[in-house]
Design a protein. Structure first.
Length: 161
């Protein structure tokens, strides 16, 4: 959405990517801290079942397509600020934030969890910023969602094992 609105401006895509990066770091840091705090409240057995349930829930949620914001949204900020604010807000309670909470509850290194989930977000979003229109014309979104759902289901089963 933002790449389409600002794509003609020099350097806009780089500012959009920087906004996504900083918003993701902030959002995932908060989610990881929440996950680490939850770990301190519950025992290992509860944590394992909760982690498995969250991954299996994420698998089901992946099959529900995301809805793009309305086309009447017209940010009055520049590419960087509009991306930073909107991406941070849109990610609150989203699939990746919930996965970050679950991972941080399972693994002790908050920094590693934030780095890993942020890297994953950037690997998914940078190509979309630069190649978004071409990808949308060729990639079957349902297939991508099905693959993501399968991966989360496998992680859920592995957490139980």
């Amino acid at each position: 959405m933002l790449a389409g609105r600002y794509g003609g401006q020099p350097g806009a895509r780089a500012r959009i990517v920087l906004g996504i990066l900083l918003a993701t770091i902030a959002n995932h840091t908060l989610a990881a801290l929440l996950g680490a705090w939850l770990t301190s409240l519950v025992g290992e057995r509860v944590l394992r079942w909760g982690l498995a349930a969250s991954f299996l829930g994420m698998a089901a949620w992946m099959l529900v397509p995301d809805k793009p914001p309305g086309e009447d949204v017209r940010p009055k900020l520049g590419a960087f600020a509009a991306t930073l604010v909107s991406f941070f807000l849109v990610e609150i309670g989203d699939k990746t934030q919930i996965a970050t909470v679950a991972l941080a509850a399972r693994y002790a290194s908050t920094v590693a969890v934030v780095a890993g989930t942020t890297l994953g977000m950037m690997l998914a979003n940078v190509p979309a910023v630069y190649l978004g229109e071409a990808i949308l014309r060729r990639a079957p979104v349902r297939l991508v969602h099905a693959i993501g759902a399968t991966l989360f289901a496998v992680l859920g089963v592995l957490a139980l094992i």
